[in-house]
Write a protein that binds this ligand. Structure first.
Ligand SMILES: [Zn+2]
Length: 211
């Protein structure tokens, strides 16, 4: 499924005559890097009233979807925090429809329900930050001769783990990951994602699922 554009009535915040406008309802973050860039730059679904020339965002909900990193977000651009429970119920229905129509993608992770473009922007920026830190950890681990395991993104993201983790030896188990993580943390103890993993494994929590 590709990015989808819709068309519908837009209402200027200044109460001008409503007008017809195009807007994106589904953004495939993995396929449409231009749309992703527009989103991060604050230009996605940005409209200009033909009457008073005010710029404003279309208020229709949209979906941001990047199956390559198991990231699915339903976004309500103008959600009032007070009414968000009601809006969320509608979004959950929308998601069920979407999921039923995309069985080929086998989505086995939950969506995020976001109130506002800023929340999505912050989430994507944080994702970028985690990815970079994970890549640095992987580079150091490879240099030390460790194997690298790529974790399933959704679970790693929720737990605050790196997306790539070092493994000491051939077997992927808690002992081999813990041993490698401790060595890598000696290089830089402030890698908080790896520290979180090390702490959890030490406490006997389950090993995260890898790809
Ligand atoms: Zn206007």
């Amino acid at each position: 499924m590709k990015s989808i554009k819709g068309q519908g009535q837009a209402n200027c915040p200044n109460g001008c005559e409503p007008f017809d406008a195009e807007f994106w309802t589904l953004i495939r973050g993995d396929q449409d890097t231009e749309l992703k860039a527009a989103l991060l730059g604050g230009e996605l679904n940005l409209l200009r009233c033909p009457e008073c020339e005010t710029f404003f965002y279309h208020d229709r909900n949209f979906i941001y979807f990047d199956p390559s990193i198991e990231l699915l977000a339903l976004v309500s651009p103008k959600a009032d925090k007070k009414d968000f429970d009601k809006i969320k119920t509608q979004m959950q229905k929308d998601f069920k429809l979407l999921k039923d129509n995309m069985t080929s993608l086998s989505i086995d992770y939950d969506p995020f329900y976001l109130a506002g473009l800023e929340e999505l922007k912050a989430m994507l920026e944080y994702e970028e930050h985690i990815t970079q830190e994970s890549e640095v950890i992987a580079a150091y681990a490879a240099e030390k001769g460790y194997k690298i395991a790529a974790l399933k993104r959704y679970g790693a993201r929720l737990k605050g783990y790196p997306f790539y983790i070092p493994v000491d030896g051939g077997d992927y188990n808690a002992a081999s990951v813990l041993s490698a993580a401790r060595e890598i943390l000696k290089i830089n103890p402030s890698w908080h994602l790896l520290t979180a993993l090390e702490k959890d494994l030490k406490a006997g929590k389950p090993l995260p699922e890898k790809i």
